[in-house]
Every structure is written in C-alpha cells, then in structure tokens.
Design a protein around this ligand. Sequence first.
Ligand code: AMP
Length: 324
Amino acid sequence: MKRILTGIKPTGEIHIGNYFGMIKEVVELQKNYQVFLMIADLHAQTVPYKPQELKFLTYELASSLLALGIDPKKTVLFRQSDIPAHLYLYWILSCLSYFGELQLMHEFKEQAERYKKQGVGVGIFMYPVLQAADVLIYNADLVPVGQDQVQHLELTRELARRFNKRFKKFFKVPEIYIHEETAKIMSLDDPSKKMSKSLPEGCLEIFAPENAIKEKIKKAVTDSGQEIKYDPQKKPGISNLMIIYKYLTNKTLAEIEEEFSGLGYNDFKGKIIEAFFDYFKVARVAKRKIKKEEVEKILRIGAQKANQVAKENLIKILKIVGLK
Ligand code: AMP
C-alpha cells in the first residue's frame, strides 16, 4: 500500500481553506493509502505562541480532524513532537541545504516581512527543511497539500534527490498531490491573500459559533458592481465566494451565475451561510461529542505507530551517512 504524509499546524482554528485544500482529500485518500497525518506542533513554534494555547490547540485540532472524517483506524494521527526521528533527519538534511535556496521560499519572505520589527526567527527560515524531514522519514510516496505548500514540497523532492546522489539511493522522491480547483481559498477580508490561520479575521473557521460564522460571511469583502460573476481579476472577492459556494454545494460556476442572475450580494451571502451550515452540520455535531481522553488515546496510539516506522528508517539513514 502506498504511503502518504501530510500535516497541519495547531496555530489556530481549522478553516475551510484547510478543509477544501487538504483535509477533504485525505478523508478520501485514507480509503486506499496508508496515511500519516501529523499535527505539526514543532512548526507551530516558528512564530510567537503561548505554551498553554499550543497544547489546547493541538487537542482542538485533533478533535476537529476526527469530526471531519479522519478515521484513526485507517489514518495514523499523531503529534510531530512525539517522534524524535523527525528532528534527527532535520539536522542531516540541514547540512545538505543551501542558504540561498531557503531564502527564496515565499512563506519565509512573507513571515520575514511580518516579523521584521521583532526580529525574524531562524525557525521560520529552517522550517521547509523540517518539513522535508517530516515527509522523508516515512519515505512517503505522496504528499497532499494546498497550492501554498508546493514550493516547500519541491525542496523536499530536491533534498531527497540530493541525499540519494550524495550518499546512497534511499529516499523515494515523493509526489505532490494537489486538488487543482480547491488548491487555494483566499481570505474573506482580503482576497489578495490566502485564507490563513495566522490572519484569523479573514478565516471561515468550521467550528466557530454560529453567529461568528454568519458575521464573517456577511462582512466578507465584495467588489464594485452588483453582479455575481466569476472573474478573479476584476472581481476577486465575489470570485472567491463563488469558489467557496461551489464547493459547499457541488454546483458549477455557470450554475451559480445562473442561480444569482438579477440578485445582489446580500442574497448570495445568505445562501452561502445556508450552504455552510448544511455542509458542516454533521461534523459540527460530531465535534461536540468527542472527549479529550479519546483524543489523547488516539494520539498515543498514533505516536507508537509513527515512531515504529520513523525509527526503522532512521537507523538505516544513520548507517548510510556514517553515524552508525
Ligand atoms: P496550515 O494551516 O498552514 O497548517 O496548512 C495545513 C494544510 O492546509 C496544508 O496542506 C495547506 O496547504 C492547506 N491550506 C492552508 N491554507 C489554505 C488555503 N487558504 N487554501 C487551500 N489550502 C490551504
């Protein structure tokens, strides 16, 4: 069975970008692949955070993933920090990485700009190398991600090839798996930016209270004019809302234009609210029923399974690089 590794950071509440960009795919893929799904708590440390909050968000995220259809009998759900082999391989790969190539990463450039006053952490700079280690320590065949992660995954592929060439062929060069149309959902308050947990004002969080969701959709940025028409250049706000509605309802963009012809932005937003609650009704009910002890147990078992595979690979890697 082919193996998948993917991850999500516990830096905020899960939003529809995470869901349509990655989680929905993993829920499908877990039927036919061996999936390792990691809660990337080490990655969450690359930006300022509060320890208690990180712990809370880790459990929150795990229970959200379970409520959204991640099945712990099929998927190994685990916390990144429970698997020390990630950090060991991270160091080995760091020594194969070039300063210049890490400087080119879009996410680094964005974050460097954001934190330039406080000082830009080295963790932000090195983060793509840890991400490469996360994938390669499981020798994964496939990595499902949103469009925002492609550049990092290209680096992962390059580091796998570089390691194989420098030492001995060991790593598979993993395929990047992107669901093209849902690959990037933009922020509700600024459609020029991606919806991101680090900018919560623009996120549509799946498990937020009902009123908060209604408010967010009502306040979502629209464009001049009144027409509901898909035109990402001239109407980025409405086009993003159309993409969201498309995935909530399974309708095509042409059907959506037809449905709202002659109607205004408020009618459209009202329908998005309805569609949102229809789509996530089951998950929102399921989430309330999941207990913390249950989540703890799933993460504990996940860590045992992940550790077994990661340790086995690490021993082989240490021999190849001359450390054993
Ligand atoms: P993160 O929230 O950065 O931990 O991302 C977790 C997963 O969600 C990754 O696979 C991302 O590519 C995906 N993702 C995050 N934000 C978006 C977005 N706005 N649109 C599509 N996919 C996203």
